[in-house]
Design a protein around this ligand. Structure first.
Ligand code: CTP
Length: 412
């Protein structure tokens, strides 16, 4: 990473551009927190810089022409986002600003908080020089989230979510004056004016935090959730559910490291929207255009939870019944069903499903069935399915018994 940064600095020298690492990368450097996303700002055309740099060093750049930014990948273990230093003018509250090329000072001034508004020069002549015009280092030491100017949250109300997210992540405090600016923006219902997809992106960042309930709780106290869905309230049971979720995610990763990858954010996301009626959930999913994977898991949870709970709360539920109920669901939904059910038998059946039933495979292969004279088609699939259920229920244990049952089923 250090080599990459030096090379980028030297390349900027050749192009006659000022170049800096900025934002979260600099903040985390001072906090001693690992960050594998380098944010670079160049005083000039970022896309031309990225393309030239990648050509020279055989790396790969994806350019976002509309935003004038590029992402460089191909390095081991990290990536770099490059942007042109920009000046922003907010013409209307809560609407994205007009942008023009600027200097690093302009670029830092348009940022959200002092701790995110620092840059470190990487040109060879001034490598390592800190640019901290707004007291970012001091606020890092004091543990303050401080906005740069009074209109910060009017211009960009999504910063309310960001302030809360950083405050809770680092155990900082939103500085007093900044808090009053936030309250003013809330009083003016600014969050209701922001484009939904921008709110969505910030919400998803909250669900991606290690402990998402902390920022959610703080956010609710500051501004409620009505800009997300009218009827959404902080739930008394959330602390329990979110805590269970984080335990279950760790448990799953410990025991099933080589199985399907699960997305913790999708679990927290579902817990958050779950209290709403299905029609409000569907509306929120559409309004915010939430990622299809996450929203379909949530809808499937809402639609199936009663059947799962009824089926699995019975002590003597057959393993094949458990399998049939859970197998079509994603693992996130399986874990959510367990968390939300708060029922000993449901937990036991779900653990058995994950540890035992779901790993079961028949000894018999398709060609063995074909060898017995079963024609390929729906009948063929039905027999394989019945054999697997018999295996899961412990009725057949080895290939011999599977063959015998297959023959019986064929005769029926
Ligand atoms: N930024 C901003 N206003 C926003 C979004 C972003 O000023 N509404 C600026 C901040 O300077 C921020 C940088 O853009 O540091 C990069 O944003 P992002 O990648 O969202 O955040 P990080 O600070 O990198 O934080 P994280 O550790 O969560 O990735």
């Amino acid at each position: 990473m250090a080599d990459f940064i030096r090379l980028a600095g030297r390349f900027a020298d050749q192009k006659g551009m000022g170049a800096y690492v900025v934002g979260g990368f600099v903040r985390d450097l001072f906090l001693g927190v690992a960050n594998y996303d380098i944010d670079l700002v160049v005083e000039g055309d970022a896309i031309a810089f990225a393309e030239g740099f990648c050509e020279k060093f055989s790396l790969h750049a994806v350019t976002h022409k509309r935003f004038g930014t590029a992402t460089i990948s191909g390095m081991e273990g990290f990536k770099a986002d490059i942007a042109s230093a920009r000046k922003e003018t907010y013409e209307k509250p809560a609407v994205l600003p007009a942008v023009s090329f600027g200097l690093i000072q302009d670029d830092l001034f348009r940022r959200d908080f002092t701790i995110n508004a620092m840059a470190i020069a990487i040109n060879a002549s001034c490598f390592g020089r800190l640019m901290d015009f707004y007291g970012g280092q001091d606020d890092l030491k004091k543990g303050f989230i401080r906005a740069l100017h009074p209109l910060s949250f009017i211009d960009d109300p999504t910063r309310i979510l960001r302030a809360v997210r950083f405050e809770q992540r680092f155990d900082f405090k939103i500085e007093r004056q900044t808090l009053s600016w936030i309250k003013e923006a809330v009083r003016r219902s600014m969050l209701h004016l922001v484009q939904k997809h921008r709110l969505r992106d910030e919400l998803l960042l909250i669900f991606n935090e290690k402990m998402p309930l902390k920022p959610l709780k703080r956010l609710y106290a500051l501004c409620g959730f009505s800009y997300i869905s009218e009827g959404l309230r902080f739930q008394r049971h959330w602390p329990h559910y979110f805590q269970q979720a984080s335990k279950r995610i760790a448990w799953y990763r410990e025991h099933f490291a080589n199985r399907r990858h699960i997305e913790p954010y999708a679990i927290y996301f579902s817990l958050f929207f779950y209290p709403l009626p299905l029609k409000d959930i569907k509306k929120a999913m559409l309004d915010f255009a939430f990622h299809k994977g996450a929203s379909s898991r949530l809808v499937s949870l809402k639609e199936n939870i009663h059947t799962i709970r009824n089926g699995l709360s019975k002590k003597n539920a057959m393993p094949s019944t458990v399998w049939r109920l859970l197998e079509p669901l994603s693992y996130e939904v399986v874990l959510l069903a367990e968390i939300l059910s708060r029922h000993k038998e449901v937990s036991r059946h779900i653990e058995d499903f994950l540890f035992i039933y779901n790993g079961q495979r028949l000894h018999l292969k398709g060609e063995d069935l074909a060898g017995l004279g079963v024609e390929p088609g729906p009948h063929f699939k039905k027999i394989l399915d019945k054999l697997l259920m018999a295996k899961i229920d412990g009725i057949v244990r080895d290939k011999e018994e599977e063959l015998r049952l297959a023959q019986k089923l064929m005769q029926k």
